[in-house]
Write a protein that binds this ligand. Structure first.
Ligand code: SF4
Length: 408
């Protein structure tokens, strides 16, 4: 069986490393210009080189986004940047604009190019067009059903197809929206969306400033453009059935903990499907893991039907958070049973915690005595990224992550 690629976001070098360690086959990221997602830290040239080396040392792939919708000024320096990216050995460039694409091709005939979801490809004729132009992979618009995706693959089998399967949804055709530009000056088509669609809207009559009339589609509320987040962990078989080549996770501004957790669940789901062990029980277990990072309620987007009122959130646009990410295991000594941990959120002796690695399952435990970086026994480790030690009577591994239950 052909294995589908699992493609993860990487907002910075640390997140990239955890995406790979927790099971991504490939990562996508932006340099400090030309890519969407200004809110993520993005990579400078040295970091890009390190990223390529790290990913390739794990025999995985790295794709760089150049998918803004550019104005004239945005093109300054692009050619040199493309030359640099090809030089350091990235595996593909992601573009949406034909001008950027032709500039990339003027630099190299060979570099693999993926067409961004920003190009809103929704049918096989468009895919055929882009194939003739030399595009290797199309990242389909999020607004397609499984049936439509399957038909596109049947019509253009030689084109690699990538689909978004997890993460936040745009209420417009991905990124093709001026709400954020209009209300904040932040350009969603240059990676700087303020997610204005998720704000709470009211109606105000011009002579009654301060009197806010609720906008209500029904008695549930006022969040008129507020989509649930996409999640397809329960539908891995249906995704395989379409013949797509890559499953993409959204979230370059999300945390390391988010990326590792979501990547791990999809990794385990894909592997289980390939081994013939994927079933509803496993899918629900993996969904529960995903719910341990901050999340909204979930939808299957356009895959099965056009979204309706059940795919919207009416009461809040904020995230549900039941767990805090509190630490990373740096080392474990089998003889002394001492774990060395880097703090990522305040940890107290007596906290109920869970530790997990890239494999399936997790271990619950209660934090005992901790020895801080000044070699003192402490009840709390309050300083961000402080390294401390504690005794654990079960083995853990470097890069395991620790979370704290805050709401049971
Ligand atoms: S404001 Fe909302 S719909 Fe518009 S681009 Fe941003 S996320 Fe998409």
């Amino acid at each position: 069986m052909k294995k589908i690629e699992l493609l993860a976001p990487a907002g910075d070098l640390e997140k990239l490393k955890y995406a790979i360690i927790y099971g991504a086959d490939a990562v996508y990221l932006a340099g400090q210009s030309f890519g969407m997602r200004k809110a993520s830290k993005n990579f400078n040239e040295d970091e890009l080189k390190e990223a390529v080396n790290f990913v390739h040392s794990h025999q995985k792939k790295i794709y760089i986004t150049l998918n803004i919708i550019p104005h004239n000024d945005d093109l300054d320096g692009l050619e040199e940047y493309v030359e640099f990216l090809i030089d350091i050995g990235v595996d593909a460039l992601i573009v949406s604009d034909p001008g950027i694409y032709s500039l990339v091709r003027s630099v190299s005939d060979d570099i693999e190019v993926h067409l961004s979801t920003q190009a809103s490809v929704t049918n096989y004729q468009t895919v055929k067009f882009w194939e003739k132009m030399g595009i290797k992979r199309t990242i389909l618009a999020r607004e397609l059903s499984l049936e439509e995706i399957k038909q596109i693959k049947e019509e253009v089998p030689s084109m690699d197809l990538e689909v978004f399967v997890h993460g936040a949804m745009c209420i417009s055709y991905s990124g093709r929206c001026l709400l954020s530009n209009y209300m904040t000056g932040r350009d969603s088509n240059r990676g700087d969306c303020a997610q204005a669609c998720r704000w709470k809207y009211h109606l105000v009559e011009e002579k009654r400033p301060g009197e806010y009339f609720p906008i209500e589609e029904d008695d549930k509320g006022t969040f008129i453009y507020n989509s649930k987040d996409l999640c397809m962990i329960n539908h891995i078989p249906e995704l395989f059935d379409t013949g797509v080549d890559s499953l993409k996770l959204e979230g370059r501004v999300k945390t390391l903990y988010y990326v590792a957790t979501v990547v791990r669940s999809y990794r385990l789901a894909i592997d289980a499907y390939c081994e013939g062990t994927f079933n509803e029980k496993l899918a629900n277990e993996l969904l529960n893991e995903i719910k341990k990072v901050s999340h909204r309620d979930f939808t299957t987007g356009f895959f099965f039907k056009k979204p309706d009122e059940n795919d919207q959130l009416y009461t809040s646009s904020s995230y549900i958070r039941n767990y805090d990410f509190v630490g990373i295991v740096l080392d474990y000594d089998d003889e002394s049973k001492i774990a060395t941990i880097e703090q990522r959120n305040r940890i107290f002796s007596g906290d109920k915690l869970e530790v997990f690695g890239p494999e399936k399952g997790f271990k619950e435990f209660t934090m005992g005595k901790m020895i801080n970086s000044d070699n003192e026994i402490v009840e709390v480790v309050p300083r961000a990224k402080e390294v401390f030690k504690t005794k654990l009577d079960f083995p853990v591994k470097k890069n395991d992550l620790i979370r704290k239950i805050i709401i049971e």
